[in-house]
Write a protein that binds this ligand. Structure first.
Ligand SMILES: Nc1nc2c(ncn2[C@@H]2O[C@H](COP(=O)(O)OP(=O)(O)OP(=O)(O)O)[C@@H](O)[C@H]2O)c(=O)[nH]1
Ligand SMILES: [Mg+2]
Length: 489
């Protein structure tokens, strides 16, 4: 994104917003942690488990402030922003812990403030700091991030990018109807509402088909086409890219002029406010990805996840919005990319998942020409729905995972009722991530067979006194240490 990203008035407003944040941060030190990922990546579950573990003294041996006993009190507090919906922590935990069902999908932004009292590790800062940190956790859809590059694209560029991607790989088949329609209209002729609507609906249907379960391709902008919310049916969401956009100005009143204006409206009513009010105020960021699902679907899905990840990481690239950075005086300085749901694998494969994720990020970073500074990669499970065991079969010891499959899940001809536990041999990820990627020599990538069963959230262990323990997880403490450890030093 070039410096012309937003107009100067926007920059001034961001700077002012930030001054407000900073002033209140002097009285009560705070940090804004963004949690994002494409839909179903595991954002809600991650935040719920993180907060539950902090509030309930969870097992967090790798989170130093907690391990060393320096955190004395943890509580939820009213969030600072009155206009952002609160993250409904209690409802989500009720579902996860009491009902043992996964929380509902959440389709917009939400926020939660958790405040920690702590003893500083060094005597010097103990004299000066109040030892209190408020963490404002902001959950927002990754699809919104993918919209940010649009700020630097005019309608012509946006059309060219979108159409060329739509013509490649499996997308070609999914976009056929929309492209046929788009090619059949005369965009230079006077435009009318019905033509705009038909095109925009065909375009949205294509975007939706890419996201379907069988395909699992990562989303393409504009993000709100798949999650319109209260903008549904508005002109800002009733447009479509066009296959041929000439360089000359669109004739007045033409369909192209109409599309172009609406595209610009989308940027100013959807993308800019998100950038200004939310994105520009974040200090730290975690990006959750469902790498396992992509690996399960095969080459095209992995390739596509890599592309989306590149687009997401480009938003955090230091220096690209240099005009902004100088006005802001701060920017996101740590980004964690975490592959979630690693409880679907035996622990021997956790490091392998981490290596595959690192490889995905690495290639993405190289593609956007960004050094890896401030970026870390992990494989985690926010909630561990399985435990590990071994079974002996025909003299071989096989590592398995044990959990309660959700009602309706099947393995072979067996249909589960949501009550019975079972052991699953999950399969192994490859020791070297290279085999998943087409080499320079053009060799065929190989994909492992992963047995992917959806499990119910676990029943929580209880102490002898009947006290429920916190939500089990995998490496959540490592993620916390990277994201927050230095702020609680
Ligand atoms: N086993 C396991 N499943 C998980 C974990 N995290 C998420 N899931 C599964 O992934 C689904 C989506 O998780 P959410 O946290 O709702 O994902 P989200 O990113 O908030 O999704 P949207 O709100 O729809 O964007 C859940 O319903 C679970 O089935 C995990 O740590 N372990
Ligand atoms: Mg959610």
């Amino acid at each position: 994104m070039p410096p012309s990203l937003t107009s100067l008035t926007d920059d001034a407003r961001i700077a002012l917003d930030n001054l407000g944040d900073r002033a209140s941060s002097l009285v009560n030190p705070s940090i804004r942690l963004g949690v994002t990922g494409l839909s179903r990546a595991g954002k809600t579950v991650f935040i719920s488990s993180l907060v539950h573990n902090l509030l309930n003294g969870g097992r967090l041996p790798l989170f130093e402030p907690v391990r060393s006993g320096r955190v004395s009190r943890v509580r939820l507090e009213p969030q600072p922003d009155d206009a952002i919906p609160r993250f409904q922590y209690e409802d989500h935990i009720q579902a996860l812990v009491r009902e043992r069902v996964w929380p509902d999908s959440t389709r917009a932004i939400s926020e939660l403030r958790i405040t920690l009292d702590y003893q500083s590790a060094s005597g010097w800062s103990r004299m000066f700091s109040r030892g209190r940190l408020s963490i404002d956790i902001v959950d927002y859809p990754g699809e919104w991030l993918l919209d940010l590059p649009l700020l630097a694209q005019d309608y012509r560029t946006f059309s060219a990018n979108t159409v060329s991607l739509a013509r490649s790989g499996v997308r070609a088949e999914l976009s056929r109807e929309w492209l046929a329609l788009a090619e059949s209209v005369d965009a230079e002729a006077p435009g009318d509402e019905m033509a705009a609507r038909r095109l925009s609906e065909a375009f949205a249907a294509y975007l939706k088909a890419c996201k379907s379960d069988e395909r699992s391709l990562s989303t393409l902008p504009p993000g709100r086409f798949l999650m319109p919310g209260d903008l549904d049916g508005s002109p800002a969401l009733t447009f479509s890219p066009l296959p041929y956009v000439p360089e000359e100005r669109a004739p007045k009143g033409s369909l192209r002029a109409m599309m172009e204006r609406r595209y610009e409206a989308y940027k100013s009513v959807v993308v800019k406010p998100f950038f200004r009010e939310h994105f520009a105020r974040l200090d730290r960021q975690i990006v959750l990805i469902d790498a396992l699902q992509a690996i399960n679907r095969g080459e095209e899905a992995v390739h596509d996840l890599e592309r989306a990840l590149g687009d997401v990481l480009a938003c955090f690239r230091p220096g690209t919005n240099s005009l902004l950075s100088s006005l802001l005086g701060r920017r996101i300085d740590k980004v964690l990319v975490a592959a979630t749901k690693s409880d679907h694998l035996h622990h021997e494969s956790h490091d392998r998942l981490e290596r595959i994720t690192a490889r995905l990020v690495d290639r993405a970073i190289r593609r956007i020409g960004m050094a890896g500074a401030g970026i870390e990669v992990m494989a985690i499970a926010s909630v561990r729905a399985t435990r590990e065991a071994t079974v002996t079969e025909g003299g071989h010891v096989l590592p398995v995972i044990v959990g309660t499959p959700m009602a309706g899940e099947t393995i072979g001809s067996e249909v589960f009722d949501g009550l019975r536990k079972t052991a699953v041999f999950p399969g192994d990820l490859p020791a070297s991530p290279d085999v998943l990627f087409r080499g320079a020599d053009g060799g065929q990538p190989e994909f492992p067979e992963i047995n992917f069963v959806r499990f119910r959230p676990p029943a929580l262990e209880e102490t002898s006194g009947g006290l429920k323990l916190s939500v089990p997880h995998i490496r959540l403490d490592r993620a916390l240490q990277f994201l927050l450890g230095d702020r609680l030093a």
